[in-house]
Design a protein around this ligand. Structure first.
Ligand code: ADP
Length: 601
C-alpha cells in the first residue's frame, strides 16, 4: 500500500470514530422553569426540537431547573447549555463561568439589547395614581422577589425615584406564578399596582382576559416595540454555554439558533447582547453577584476580607517584633557605647594624670641632676654674704666702720641674697605640682628664662648663645611656659652632657625661625652626636646611654611639644660635629605683647 492511500484510510477511520462519538453525544440543555416544570416543558420543548432537527448527530436533552438548581447543575458539570433570564445569567456568569452565545429577541423589540422590560399597571379609574412616585405608601403586586422582568426591573425604577420597596414603600405583595395572579390582585383592588412583563398586558387584552382600557400602564415611556412599558429595556434571555462545553459544539448550536425562524410567540435568537446594563441593575439592587454589597455585618466582612485582615495582622505583628528587636539592639548598643565611652574617659583621665606625674618627676629629676652644682653655687652667695656681715661686725667693733663701707657691704649682701632667692624661686616653680595652662609668650624670652635657670643652678655650664631671631611679633606662641622651659632645660642639659663627654666648652647655639604658621627653635651642641641606629631610638622612654640617666627626658619633651601641636626632631648638623634638636610651636593667633613679671621667670 502506498503512503497517500495509507493516510486516506487513517483519516477515514478517524472521521468515522468521531461521527460515532457525535452520534452517541448527549447535549444537555437546562432551562429556567420560572413558571414550573410543566410550563417550561411547554415553553421550551419547541426549542429543543428545533435544535434536534438542526443537529442530527446530537441528542438534545431538555432539563428544567429553578434558579438555585441550575447553578448547582452547572457547578456539577451536568449541563452543556443553559437558557435563563438576563439577571440570572449575569449571576451564573460570575459564579460558574457560563458564556452567552445568543440573546433572545422578539416581543418587545428586535434589538437584543432592548428585549426585556416591565409594565407597572394600575386600575384606569385610579386617577390618584399618575406617576410611579404616587405609589408611595401603597401596595405593589408582583410574582416573586427574584423575578427579573416580573419585579426587579420595577424595583430598580422605584428605587431610582427614591422609593424603597425592600423597606415596604410601596409594600410588595408577591402572588406567585402565573403572572395573571398579579393582574387579578390589581383588578380586585388588593394591590394598588402590579408588575407585569412587557407585552403580557397586550396579550391578555387580545385574549379577552382583561378588558381593554381597564388597566393603565403607569409612567409609560416611549418604546421601540408594540408593547407599553414603564421601565427601561434590558437584554433578553441568554442562551449560554457551560465552561467545559466544546467550542465546536457551541458554534454548531449558535448556527442552529440563528437559523431558526421566530416561534409562535414571535421570539427568536440573535447574536449575544451586551449585558453590562444588567450588571448595573444588579449592582444598584445589590443582588445576584453584587449581593455581598448589602452584607455589612462583621461576619460577612470577616468572610470577605479575612485573608487581608490576617495578612495585615501578620504584617503588623512582624513589624512590631522587628521594631522591638531593633529597639532592644539600639538600647544594648547604646549601653555598650556609653560604658565604652565612660571607660575611655576614665583611661584618658588616668593617662592625663600619669602624664602630669611624669612631667613633674622629670622636672624633679633634672633638678636632682643639677642639685649637686646648685648646692655648691648657693654656697657662694651665702659665703659672700657671711663674709660681708662678719667684716661689718669686725669694723664696727673696732670702730672703723665708715658709712660708705656699710652701704657697699649692705648692697652686696642684698644683691647676693636676691641672686640666691632668684635661683630658688625658679627651682620652686619647676618642682611644684600644677595643672597645665596656656599663655601667650615670646619664645625668645622663654629661651632666656631657661638659660637663666640653668646658669643659676650651674654657673659653670656652657654659654647659651641666642643667634638668629624673627621679629618679636612673630615669636609669640600660646604655651604652658613652664613646660616649654622644662623642654629647653632638658635640651640644654643633654647638650651640656654631650659636650662634657668630649671636654668641649663651645657655647650651645640656639636659633629661632619661622616654619610656615609655626615658630621653630633649634638647639645645637658640638658633642659626639649619635649613630643613626641610636638616633632612631632617641625618643623611646627609658632609652639612655648615661650610667645615671633615666632615659625619660626626651620622650617627655616630645609629649609636651606634641601636646602643644608642635613637633620635636633630632637633626644632624649640616657641618661639624654635634646634634641639633629642633622643635616647632604654633604661633599665637593674635600677636600680643608677652606678659611681664611672671613669678616663674
Ligand atoms: P637621659 O638624659 O636621662 O639619658 P634623655 O631622654 O634626655 O635621657 O636622653 C636619652 C639619651 O639620648 C641620652 O642618654 C643620650 O644617649 C642621648 N642624647 C640626648 N641628647 C643628646 C645630645 N645632645 N647629644 C648626644 N646624645 C644625646
Amino acid at each position: 500500500m502506498t503512503f497517500p492511500s495509507l493516510r486516506h484510510s487513517f483519516c477515514a477511520v478517524l472521521l468515522s470514530l468521531f461521527a460515532g462519538l457525535a452520534a452517541a453525544g448527549e447535549v444537555r440543555l437546562g432551562v429556567l422553569a420560572w413558571l414550573g416544570s410543566e410550563e417550561a416543558e411547554v415553553q421550551w420543548a419547541p426549542l429543543a426540537q428545533a435544535l434536534q432537527q438542526r443537529l442530527p448527530g446530537q441528542s438534545i436533552v431538555l432539563r428544567h431547573y429553578d434558579l438555585a438548581g441550575m447553578a448547582a447543575a452547572l457547578r456539577a458539570g451536568e449541563l452543556e447549555f443553559a437558557v435563563t433570564n438576563p439577571g440570572h445569567y449575569v449571576t451564573l456568569e460570575a459564579e460558574t463561568g457560563l458564556t452567552r452565545i445568543a440573546t433572545q429577541v422578539g416581543e418587545t423589540s428586535q434589538n437584543p439589547a432592548h428585549a426585556v422590560g416591565s409594565a407597572v399597571v394600575v386600575l384606569d379609574r385610579r386617577l390618584d395614581l399618575q406617576r410611579l412616585e404616587d405609589l408611595r405608601g401603597g401596595n405593589l403586586a408582583a410574582v416573586a422577589a427574584d423575578a427579573f422582568g416580573g419585579y426587579q426591573l420595577a424595583w430598580a425604577e422605584l428605587q431610582r425615584l427614591g422609593l424603597a420597596p425592600e423597606e415596604g414603600n410601596p409594600q410588595p405583595h408577591f402572588t406567585g406564578f402565573p403572572m395573571s395572579r398579579v393582574v387579578d390582585a390589581v383588578l380586585a383592588g388588593e394591590a394598588d399596582a402590579g408588575v407585569l412583563r412587557a407585552c403580557l398586558l397586550e396579550r391578555l387584552e387580545q385574549s379577552g382576559a382583561v378588558a381593554p382600557g381597564r388597566l393603565r400602564v403607569l409612567a409609560q415611556r416611549p418604546a421601540d416595540g408594540p408593547c407599553r412599558v414603564t421601565t427601561r429595556l434590558y437584554p433578553g434571555w441568554a442562551f449560554a454555554a457551560a465552561p467545559a462545553t466544546d467550542p465546536a459544539l457551541s458554534r454548531q448550536v449558535l448556527l442552529a439558533l440563528l437559523s431558526m425562524p421566530p416561534d409562535a410567540g414571535g421570539l427568536s435568537w440573535t447574536v449575544p447582547a451586551d449585558y453590562h446594563p444588567v450588571h448595573e441593575l444588579l449592582r444598584q439592587l445589590r443582588i445576584g453577584p453584587y449581593a455581598f454589597l448589602r452584607e455589612t455585618g462583621w461576619d460577612s466582612l470577616w468572610q470577605r476580607y479575612w485573608p487581608w485582615v490576617a495578612g495585615l495582622l501578620m504584617f503588623l505583628l512582624a513589624w512590631g517584633v522587628y521594631t522591638l528587636r531593633v529597639e532592644h539592639l539600639v538600647q544594648r548598643r547604646t549601653r555598650e557605647l556609653s560604658s565604652a565611652l565612660a571607660e575611655r574617659h576614665r583611661l584618658e583621665a588616668q593617662v592625663h594624670a600619669g602624664q602630669q606625674q611624669m612631667d613633674h618627676l622629670s622636672r624633679l629629676s633634672i633638678l636632682g641632676e643639677l642639685a649637686g652644682t646648685l648646692a655648691h653655687e648657693l654656697n657662694q652667695p651665702l659665703a659672700t654674704m657671711g663674709n660681708y656681715a662678719r667684716s661689718l661686725l669686725r669694723r664696727q667693733q673696732s670702730g672703723t666702720l665708715a658709712p660708705e663701707a656699710l652701704t657697699q657691704a649692705a648692697e652686696e649682701i642684698a644683691n647676693e641674697s636676691e641672686r640666691a632667692a632668684g635661683i630658688l624661686a625658679g627651682i620652686r616653680a619647676m618642682s611644684r605640682k600644677r595643672s597645665r595652662v596656656r599663655e601667650v609668650w615670646d619664645l625668645a624670652e622663654l629661651v632666656q628664662a631657661a638659660d637663666r635657670l640653668l646658669h643659676g643652678m650651674a654657673p659653670r655650664g656652657p654659654a647659651i648663645v641666642l643667634g638668629e631671631l624673627p621679629a618679636a611679633a612673630e615669636r609669640q606662641v600660646e604655651v604652658d611656659p613652664l613646660q616649654i622651659q622644662q623642654v629647653l632645660l632638658n635640651l640644654f642639659k643633654n647638650a651640656w652632657d654631650a659636650q662634657q663627654s668630649l671636654g668641649c666648652t663651645t657655647p650651645i647655639e640656639v636659633s629661632l625661625s619661622l616654619v610656615g604658621e609655626r615658630c621653630g627653635v633649634a638647639v645645637r651642641d658640638h658633642g659626639p652626636g649619635l649613630t643613626p641606629e641610636l638616633r632612631a631610638r632617641l625618643f623611646e622612654p627609658f632609652f639612655t646611654t648615661k650610667p645615671d640617666g633615666l632615659g625619660l627626658g626626651l620622650s617627655i619633651c616630645k609629649t609636651i611639644i606634641e601636646a602643644h601641636g608642635g613637633e620635636l626632631q633630632a637633626w644632624v648638623p649640616p657641618s661639624g660635629p654635634g646634634l641639633i634638636f629642633h622643635f616647632t610651636l604654633p604661633r599665637a593667633p593674635l600677636a600680643v605683647p608677652a606678659p611681664t613679671g611672671s613669678e616663674s621667670l
